[in-house]
Write a protein of this length. Structure first.
Length: 112
């Protein structure tokens, strides 16, 4: 059997479970357990599902990836600086022009 999760590049042997065995967190060669995503390359088998969804090892990896955050790229940081600078300049210029208009004409709302 080859496992997507553990990344075995060659098939490993598994043995038949004998009664009530403890479930290992890390089933390896000669273990009766397999992970989700295991590919049977020879023979056949009957498996009992012990966990589904986020309770599986794959689910825990997915949950871990969902909680990680990707840092901003250099382009995103530089773009944020450029946009912020242009916004500050635009607002400042608008306020300056409104103030000059008010000083020259004595009225703010009549812009014609």
């Amino acid at each position: 059997m080859k496992s997507l999760l553990t990344g075995e590049s060659v098939p490993v042997n598994k043995r038949e479970a004998s009664g009530e065995e403890e479930h290992s967190q890390h089933p390896g060669e000669d273990s009766p357990q397999v992970y989700s995503g295991t590919l049977v390359v020879r023979g056949s088998g009957l498996f009992e599902v012990n966990a589904t969804g986020q309770a599986t090892q794959m689910g825990q990896i997915g949950r871990s990836l969902a909680t990680t955050s990707r840092p901003d790229s250099m382009l995103q940081r530089e773009s944020r600086v450029v946009v912020s600078t242009i916004a500050v300049i635009s607002i400042s210029l608008s306020l300056l022009l409104a103030w000059l208009w008010w000083q020259r004409n004595g009225q703010l709302l009549q812009g014609s």
